[in-house]
Design a protein around this ligand. Structure first.
Ligand code: 5AD
Ligand code: SF4
Length: 470
């Protein structure tokens, strides 16, 4: 991702199971808790599908689970700490279930598992399995082995075989939108970032493999796909002609699929925003006019220390070129405040980029030293209270820009893809092309359909509107 995928709030994955009968038939139950980015959400779905093929039904009540999976994120220290505090609570649950005669398997998977390996099982003996993000297709077999051997198992090698080839086909879904991982890993080595160490080197899935998965999702009713990759615009998978396909080629290829109405991709690195991808924004109507493009910092000195390989001016010029291709494009970004050595004046340069570009959304983070990364070793770490103060200033600006963007949507009629039932009777919730939630009075038959909606008002996190005749 560049920069990892957009960080999301932690999500409890209470997913539909492909085999709803197994819960009724007294089968085993799996609870998955997902931390971090969209790729972890995708991985949790694939894990749940693999386990469902083995008779596990998904549950969102942890107390009932025979298998508890924490799908973890290592990007910042806080994300990793949450895992250990969760494990403390899970230990109590596991003891209570054991007293009642039930066994509970506890698995830590994902990036904390990759980064900390056996240390997790040492620090938290409640853990039975530690499994890196490239090995979760082996979960079913590892569960059986750990029970048979009566000990914790750690699987954090980057396996030779490709996990995607060993996962079952996508299970039917009722969702209208879905994530699809097309690329993983990153060789950019930004000096603050753990991703190259936890997710490994860049790897792109083949077009045929992606197309197969996309088709299964579309046949199940999905209308919008978000192609995921840590550095998704560096995609270079094998094309149907045996030659490498760029992300632009992949987008054009998938856009030909009937029933698939919208495509997005995330997260991109400015250096890999090629001319053909920019052109795809101009001439591929299914590609949504919304782009997550992290810039991380506004000072060229800090950008160089981060090993970002672009300057602030190059970033702004790039944005202008993409907007020339797609004038209604809206942008979101990721920014870090308080990278080692960042002065007040350098922080002001980050604010200046915001003022110049104007973002529809942004994710801002205090720099968090990560073990094994070059920036962790820098001596001029910024004091916590300075980071806190800078983050607060930045977040005020981000909020204002987000509200300005929402306000600019009022009075516009935009195509909304309805994806779920709202809280109020007769209301549906959909997504605008710019990824905003839109509420409207709408018949439930419109679920899964794209409908013109005139935006009438906005709140802190959503828009409201009225359906207009097509
Ligand atoms: N400290 C703070 N933020 C970080 N990010 C990545 N590594 C760190 C770190 N060590 C942020 C970047 C990235 C986003 C997903 O997380 O902004 O784009
Ligand atoms: Fe993104 Fe840089 Fe991390 Fe790669 S190393 S995932 S480009 S922040």
């Amino acid at each position: 991702m560049d920069d990892r995928l957009t960080d999301i709030e932690e999500v409890v994955a209470g997913m539909e199971t492909a085999d709803p009968g197994s819960e009724r038939s007294g089968g085993r139950r799996v609870f998955v808790r997902t931390f971090g980015c969209q790729m972890n959400v995708y991985d949790s779905e694939r894990m749940t599908e693999a386990l469902s093929a083995q008779g596990y039904a998904a549950t969102d009540t942890i107390e009932n689970a025979d298998l508890v999976i924490l799908n973890t994120c290592h990007i910042r220290e806080k994300a990793a700490e949450k895992v250990y505090s969760d494990l403390g609570r899970i230990r109590v649950l596991k003891e209570e279930r054991a007293a009642a005669g039930s066994d509970t398997v506890v698995a830590v998977v994902g990036c904390v598992a990759q980064a900390e390996g056996a240390e997790i099982a040492r620090r938290a003996p409640v853990v039975d399995l530690v499994v890196g993000p490239q090995s979760y297709h082996r979960l079913p077999e590892l569960i059986v082995r750990s029970r048979a051997e009566g000990r914790a198992l750690v699987e954090t090698e980057f396996p030779e075989e490709e996990k995607f080839a060993h996962l079952p086909k996508r299970a039917p879904t009722r969702a209208v939108t879905a994530f699809l991982t097309v690329q993983e890993g990153c060789d950019k080595f930004c000096t603050f970032c753990v991703v190259p160490y936890t997710r490994g080197m860049e790897y792109s899935r083949s077009v045929a493999d992606i197309e197969r998965e996309a088709r299964a999702l579309v046949e199940a009713g999905v209308r919008e796909l978000t192609l995921l990759g840590q550095n998704v615009n560096g995609y270079h998978g094998e094309g149907p002609n045996g030659r490498p396909h760029s992300l632009a080629d992949l987008v054009r290829h998938l856009a030909r699929m009937d029933g698939l109405e919208r495509l997005r991709y995330t997260t991109s690195h400015p250096r890999d925003m090629s001319d053909d991808l920019i052109a795809a924004h101009a001439d591929e109507p299914k590609l949504m006019p919304y782009l997550h493009l992290p810039f991380q910092a506004g000072s060229d000195r800090i950008l160089a220390a981060m090993n970002r390989k672009h300057t602030a001016r190059e970033y702004v010029d790039l944005v202008n070129r993409i907007k020339a291709a797609r004038p209604d494009l809206a942008l979101s970004t990721d920014v870090i405040v308080g990278f080692p050595g960042e002065t007040d004046a350098e922080f002001e340069e980050t604010l200046a980029v915001f003022s110049e570009v104007g973002f529809a959304a942004a994710y801002s983070f205090k720099y968090s030293p990560r073990p094994g990364t070059p920036a962790e070793k820098l001596s001029d770490q910024v004091p916590e209270e300075v980071k806190t103060e800078r983050l607060a200033r930045l977040e005020t600006l981000v909020k204002r820009q987000q509200l300005d963007f929402s306000a600019s949507c009022v009075g516009r009629t935009m195509p909304v893809l309805f994806e779920r039932i709202g809280r109020r009777p007769g209301q549906l919730i959909g997504r605008s092309p710019f990824l905003q939630s839109v509420h409207a009075e709408a018949a439930s038959e419109l679920l899964g359909r794209i409908v013109p909606v005139e935006i009438s008002s906005f709140g802190p996190n959503s828009l409201a509107g009225v359906i207009r005749p097509e």
